[in-house]
Write a protein that binds this ligand. Structure first.
Ligand code: SF4
Length: 904
């Protein structure tokens, strides 16, 4: 018996170290890797999903060799007529297709790339796709850009606004509590127990150390069952709840006593003066924003060393200039200006708890009570020593979840969360809310490395151009993030949060005055099943049928494979190689070490499958691109690990074809030499035994506060001048081009956003398409199944069995009150009908859920994928149509629809 170290990376919490038990050449079990217990953030533990890797490896339904479609007709009732082929033939076919595109030109006449690549959810492909990023950069030079914006459901199923604004304020994809230091955690629909995998253990640890959790959501999730208090809020009204908390602090308390004034004055733009047109009042000469010094009684530049104090309230007569969209300048003499904090006070006046009670369906007393608890736990004035450095200690945090932080209302909720935390100084400090490790902006080694100053005293943002120069972009993406979403920028993985919804909608039916995006000539899909994870199945099928050539890299035939022309089965998680960094991974902020971990084969490949890196090398060879590819591997393109440095050199010979072991051996050696300044060098054999090479992480650098202080920076909050400005510029550009269909989304670009019941947008949309919302008396929402790893495990019997034992899985969940009103009993089969879809489902009746809310767990409703197709649970995607009216400015929406539920 052998215990072979490798990692699990089936969800964004990975890579998590595991040991695979191998007996007589067969993998028979998975164990935690306690050898890394002192370094791994969860003490070497894994979640139940890791145990499903064995089932995945030996799944009898695996694709056992490449497959070629023989039936040219595509449709649900059209059998693809798969023909088994060898790898040489399969890769020749794909290489020929690439060459055809090269001859035509990599982008079409409208600037759309002719090749597209779609990756699975939540960053997990990153742990398995080998040298795919190097392949992309090589292809970019050879044929042009590859479109990464044909999505699998991102935007409607993810934390979209949190990703966008997490990057803006935190340089992070997500904002998380600094567990276990946090003592008071408010969670608006963040299903940590369901989604956070091994990290849920940290939550349990914190709970044992006195953490109080307040859960605000419409149903009693597994996470809410773990909380101290559950508040059952009406869907899509969370922003109003948070605005009301801000109101209570600013209007019902003496904010001068309960807020962290030091933080507000020196770490935010609260004192920045706002001019009559809504832009910063600036110094005429330097164009730097002005503040009011109440001791010297005059306006000064925000960074003037003579500042004695900062005014947060009042109004002042100031000379200066405002700089608006497209460089428009307003010159002022003695113009009335107010600090942005004063505007915030005025802005939240109307959000009294009595108002919020009517919108959110939560008693006003509850909002006041939790606000009081939040303030009490903020510990303003306290500090804590972290690795010898004294930092503020503010053990309160707010986490947001799916349907709260994506779609309309997402920006408003993220903004309110950030403002609320800033009032008590709990942004990016120990115990407070900190950014996760994953992010868009390179470099990726440490989160703070991408923090650079801008002239206004904030972190520099890399917006997409909205001026006359640079807009529209030369290369158009089907999910047009560079053209429509300035705040996303275009660096790093920005395409990963593109408006994927628009890619599908526009390929089906292009909007007015917009370049027509055809489906790509070659569409490659890796570890994803967009036909089941994106909304609007009819639209999806129409578009997919128009794609001339689809390659699905998958281990199982699923709904997307059904429309593919070529199936390439890569090795499963326990058969392939990859060295993966722990930098930039989601929970990196919880690790106390950083470095690299190896995925290695624990058994010989079970079938005729290939390692992804081998697939890529073979394609490069066929396309005559090996030299270019090897030289990019040598430079660290795609891996971040240059194979040569000041004191090491492990470069590949550029004109040779290298096997997967040799490539990863050199990458292992270079990675260790790089991290140890040449003092240590370990190759593949060392990693095969030891799993990971890790170094202690400088703890104070987990907190951006520390970096901001060092560089004299502030958080751009509460007043979003830059958001207002780029929104106005984008509006000009779109209107110049006759594009008015994005006007509703442009309203989102507010310096101080407004909160409301965002579910009303759905009702307005239904009325517009001739549906009376009153005919559908429940809101259907969806949540993840922790065991299904998004949809990665839906064809894994072991994980499906585990999921079936979990709370709320296996049917549509309604409250006992709703069931009684409809004469429905637990276990009945019912009809679930939305304005756009009708499906049967089993019913789960339970307490602790709003009677006007129904819940579906997981993304099921498969009709091809093995095992999953036998589960009688519909998919929320089958009830919703893609439409601009329910999309936000990032093209995102959320799993929400009105339904009615009745007996057949
Ligand atoms: S499924 Fe996710 S949380 Fe669970 S062990 Fe794997 S990577 Fe870790």
């Amino acid at each position: 018996m052998e215990l072979i170290p490798t990692y699990c990376y089936q969800c964004y919490n990975g890579p998590d170290p595991i040991l695979v038990k191998v007996v007589d050449g067969f993998a028979v079990g998975v164990e935690p890797n306690y050898a890394l217990a002192s370094k791994h953030h969860s003490g070497g533990r894994v979640c139940s999903n890791a145990y499903g890797l064995i089932e995945k490896l030996y799944n009898p339904h695996r694709v056992k060799t490449p497959l070629l479609r023989t039936n040219p007709n595509k449709g649900r009732s059209e059998d693809p007529g798969w023909k088994e082929i060898g790898w040489d033939e399969a890769l020749d076919i794909l290489a020929d297709r690439f060459r055809e595109v090269k001859e035509k030109g990599g982008v079409d006449e409208n600037g759309y790339p002719r090749i597209a690549l779609t990756l699975g959810a939540a960053g997990t492909p990153e742990g398995h796709f080998g040298l795919l990023p190097t392949f992309l950069s090589t292809m970019f030079r050879w044929v042009g850009p590859i479109d990464l914006t044909i999505g699998t459901g991102q935007g409607v199923k993810c934390y979209h606004s949190e990703h966008v604004y997490g990057e803006f304020w935190h340089r992070a994809f997500m904002v998380v509590a600094d567990l276990p230091k946090t003592k008071y955690l408010m969670s608006f629909g963040h299903n940590d127990v369901g989604s956070d995998g091994v990290t849920a253990w940290r939550l349990a640890q914190a709970k044992g150390e006195g953490l109080k959790i307040v859960k605000v959501e419409p149903h009693l999730s597994a996470s809410a069952a773990f909380a101290d208090k559950a508040i059952f809020i009406k869907p899509k009204t969370d922003a109003v709840f948070l605005f009301s908390m801000i109101h209570v602090i600013l209007h019902e308390n003496n904010w001068r006593e309960v807020c962290d004034l030091e933080f507000l004055k020196k770490m935010t733009n609260s004192p920045y003066l706002i001019g009559p047109n809504g832009y910063y009042m600036r110094d005429v000469e330097t164009r730097k924003p002005l503040i009011w010094d109440p001791i010297d009684n005059k306006a000064k530049r925000y960074d003037d060393p003579s500042i004695t104090d900062y005014a947060l309230e009042g109004k002042y007569r100031v000379d200066g200039v405002e700089v608006g969209p497209n460089g428009k300048v307003w010159e002022h003499e003695a113009a009335e200006c107010k600090p942005s904090f004063q505007l915030l006070i005025e802005h939240v006046r109307k959000y009294a708890p009595e108002y919020a009670e009517k919108v959110c369906d939560i008693p006003e007393g509850t909002i006041r009570e939790v606000t009081g608890e939040f303030l009490k736990n903020a510990c303003i004035g306290m500090t804590v020593e972290v690795d010898g450095e004294r930092l503020p200690y503010r053990p309160v945090a707010v986490e947001l979840g799916k349907t709260v932080n994506n779609g309309p209302g997402g920006y408003e909720t993220c903004w309110a969360r950030t403002v609320l935390l800033s009032l008590v100084g709990a942004l990016e400090v120990p115990g407070g809310a900190i950014g996760s490790g994953s992010r868009l902006n390179p470099p990726y080694e440490m989160r703070w490395m991408s923090v650079e100053p801008n002239p206004d005293g904030f972190m520099l943002q890399h917006f997409n151009p909205t001026g006359k120069e640079g807009w529209p972009p030369k290369v158009m993406f089907r999910g047009p993030f560079t053209a429509l979403c300035p705040i996303m920028g275009s660096r790093g993985w920005a395409s990963g949060i593109a408006p994927f919804t628009l890619a599908w909608m526009f390929m089906d039916d292009p909007p007015e005055n917009w370049p027509n995006p055809p489906p790509p000539d070659i569409w490659i899909i890796y570890r994803a099943n967009p036909l089941r994870t994106q909304w609007d199945p009819d639209l999806m099928e129409r578009v997919v049928k128009k794609c001339p050539f689809i390659t699905h890299i998958t281990y199982i035939i699923d709904e997307t494979s059904w429309y593919a022309d070529l199936i390439l089965p890569d090795h499963t998680d326990l058969e392939g190689y990859q060295l993966t960094s722990i930098f930039s991974k989601h929970w990196y902020s919880l690790w106390e070490h950083y470095g690299y971990i190896l995925k290695q084969p624990v058994v010989k490949p079970v079938y005729n499958t290939k390692d992804m890196t081998d697939i890529i090398v073979e394609l490069m060879d066929r396309l005559g691109l090996l030299v270019e590819f090897n030289s990019r591997v040598n430079r660290g393109s795609g891996t971040g690990i240059p194979l040569s440095g000041g004191n090491y050199d492990f470069r590949l010979k550029e004109d040779e074809k290298h096997c997967v072991e040799e490539i990863w051996d050199r990458i292992c050696k270079a990675a260790t030499a790089m991290l140890s300044n040449g003092e240590e060098t370990y190759g593949l054999d060392w990693f095969k035994k030891n799993s990971a090479y890790l170094k202690p992480y400088p703890k104070p650098e987990k907190y951006l506060y520390h970096v901001f202080k060092r560089r004299g920076l502030r958080f751009e909050v509460p007043y979003q001048e830059s958001v207002k400005k780029i929104g106005a510029e984008l509006k000009n550009r779109l209107h110049e081009r006759g594009v008015n269909w994005w006007d509703k989304q442009l309203e989102e670009y507010q310096a101080l956003p407004h909160a409301k019941d965002f579910s009303k947008l759905w009702d307005e949309y239904y009325l517009k398409v001739g549906v009376n919302p009153e005919d559908f008396d429940m809101w259907l929402i969806a949540s993840r199944s922790p065991n299904l790893a998004w949809t990665g495990n839906v064809s894994n019997r072991r994980m499906l069995n585990a999921a079936a034992r979990a709370l709320d899985f296996g049917g549509i969940v309604i409250s006992s009150k709703a069931a009684e009103e409809r004469g429905i009993k637990h276990g009945d089969t019912v009809i679930v009908e939305s304005p756009f879809g009708k499906r049967e489902s089993k019913v789960i009746v339970r307490e602790g859920q709003r009677p006007d809310v129904a819940l579906l767990i997981g993304q099921l409703g498969q009709w091809i994928a093995p095992y999953a197709k036998d589960i009688p649970v519909p998919n929320v995607s089958d009830f919703i149509k893609l439409d601009l009216d329910i999309l936000d400015a990032g093209g995102s929406s959320c799993d929400l629809t009105r339904v009615r539920i009745h007996k057949p």
